[in-house]
Design a binder for this molecule. Structure first.
Ligand code: PEP
Length: 246
């Protein structure tokens, strides 16, 4: 089965650097059967719409506004992102939750906005180190999922990808054990079953993110019920990311 491999550029690369990156990256992965997705800065969306047409790579934004238009200086809306051909938006990344105090309720609004213009959502969820140490992981993920997915119809879940990203694993070189990730993915599917149905729990796409690199990706992809990976730092090197994708 095809895996969904996402590269999250965060706030990295100028437009010129991104263009050079694509020139190197695209030939390396052109025969790859996995779904490759680039989560890029807003300023790169237009270039992506030109360079990624007729390739096996989709692209999207790293966030959208809770609002559709109006007096929201500095914000970017669902429509603006969709207008530039984006396939998805990331929502709820822990860096935004933490630095901008984004709430689960705001994430829910963003998901509803995204789905309303046919943008898929990669919903990031995850526990802090303290929460894991005090056995609160499942409880935290349950709250994040219940609020973020509130009001969604079951048939909309096909447009949601859940990215399990332990906060303490992002950019740190640390990560849970394979067994721990397997158990958490099971918990996530259980929560989706309780909220929706067994069928949705089995079908929903769940990916793992947090310190993924070319050395650990193969083992991570062997984890039961994992549908792909979200790669931050390691996606910035075209060669390394192409190795992960392959
Ligand atoms: C991320 O940005 O979502 C991420 C997982 O980062 P890293 O791979 O650098 O830990």
């Amino acid at each position: 089965m095809k895996k969904f491999i996402v590269g999250n550029f965060k706030m990295n690369t100028t437009l010129h650097e991104f263009a050079k990156y694509l020139d190197e990256f695209l030939p390396l992965i052109k025969d790859c059967k996995n779904v490759v997705a680039l989560s890029i800065p807003y300023t790169h969306l237009m270039l992506a719409s030109q360079k990624l047409v007729a390739t096996n790579v989709v692209y999207g934004s790293q966030n959208i506004s809770t609002e559709e238009k109006g007096a929201y200086t500095g914000e970017i809306s669902n429509l603006m992102v969709k207008d530039l051909g984006a396939y998805f938006t990331l929502v709820g990344h822990s860096e935004i939750r933490k630095k901008f105090r984004e709430t689960n309720e705001q994430i829910n609004q963003k998901i509803i906005r995204a789905l309303s213009v046919n943008l898929k959502c990669i919903l990031c969820i995850g526990e802090t180190r303290t929460e894991r140490n005090s056995n609160k992981t499942k409880m935290v993920l349950k709250k994040q999922l219940e609020v973020a997915l509130k009001g969604l119809y079951e048939n909309e879940l096909k447009n949601i990808i859940i990215a399990y990203e332990p906060v303490w694993a992002i950019g740190t070189g640390k990560m849970p054990t394979v067994k721990e990730i397997e158990k958490t993915v099971e918990d996530i599917r259980q929560i989706i079953m309780d909220m929706f149905s067994q069928n949705s729990a089995e079908k929903i796409c769940v990916i793992y993110g947090g310190s993924v690199n070319q050395n650990n990706c193969t083992n991570l992809l062997k984890i039961k019920n994992i549908n792909g990976l979200l790669v931050g730092g390691a996606c910035l090197d075209a060669k390394e990311f192409s190795n992960i994708v392959k």
